[in-house]
Design a binder for this molecule. Sequence first.
Ligand SMILES: [Zn+2]
Length: 421
Amino acid sequence: MKAGSTPSAEAGIGTLGAMGAPLDEIARPARRRQGLISSAAIGSANRGRVLKLLFDLGPTSRAELARHVGVNRATITGIIQPLVDQGILVEGDPLRSSEGGGKPARPLWFSQDAQPICAVLLMHDSVHTALVSLDGAITAERKAEFPREATRVEPIMEAVAACLAGTLSEAPRAPRAIGVAAGGMIDTDRGAIVTVNLAPMLDGFPLGPELTRRFGLPTCVDHHPRALLVGDRWFGVGRGRRRFAVVYTGDVLGGALFLDDHLYRGPAGAGGELGHTFVQVDGLPCRCGRRGCWETIATLRWLRREAAARGLPAAIDSRRLVALAAEGAPGAAELLDRYARNVAVGIANLQQTMAPNFIVLHGDVAGGGPVMIEAIAAHVRALVPWRPGGDIELVAGDIADAAALRGAAGLVLSDLLHFEL
Ligand SMILES: [Zn+2]
């Protein structure tokens, strides 16, 4: 990092432009659509398209990138060269069959030696940190559970800081920045936690500025399901898709939307609070203080209560429920069907509202495997009348934390490179 580029205490997304790399010199993209945009904004829009294309296509030559983006070779070089000079992209070995008999094409790809991103997955009860390279490799993982008796934020922050320090100490090169995927309600403008129903001591905590203060790195904090979505879009089952949704279920329920090639975030990250959309008027009380939220019927709390009422193991999850149903345990198949329908109700509402059509399920229900995914999909199809353009597909995302960690890195990377996801 250059002298004078120390992030300020206010550092969140807004100060990422203060990074030491010459990335500073590239103008930020116009955040809103305008009738007339500057050539710098067009340049950054094209850079965003080039980087997205690279993630979609894998290692690709300049000529091929130029063809896909619809610009000439000079323009593509103007976009690529600064990224090569900064060590973000590298040119691979020449491809054997050159185009038109000219110089053999050299595919461009993300450099494995570039400064990594430090990714943090912060849930209500645990933290998971890792280094993520620009091509998605995860190393130097650390995990910690929070002390169960914690009622103040300090012991939690100490656990987070210890994990992060351990991961950072293993970095072969100083990481560029910290990307945090956090459960709960997040103010993405301030990098702060608004509320975490299951860990209220974190309410209002300015996580991004605090991590920047401790580690001297720019920090970007976003909602956990949005990180899952970015991880899927860049490195997983969402690769190359222009629209899809992510739904995470477990102790909590959340989601994120990728619509017409853009991550939908909403003002200050207000979009995607799917767990607290209403599915039952005057329904069960929710931890948010309201009643009838989707989260009240489609999370592990509901499943475990209902399992206990049927004499099934109280420590159940979707994986175990599927196994019990296969064994013919009394009540298991019926409970599986009800749980699948409860998850499907919210997905059906989402489909009717935004038509993402392709829905990636993460968390507990993904652990239920194809049986659980297909049970949910069957209910969604029954709840949503078919129409042209309305073919719906549900798939399982990864059960481990890889998508969230890669997505946290992807979110911070898009800010560093000044392109909109
Ligand atoms: Zn609620």
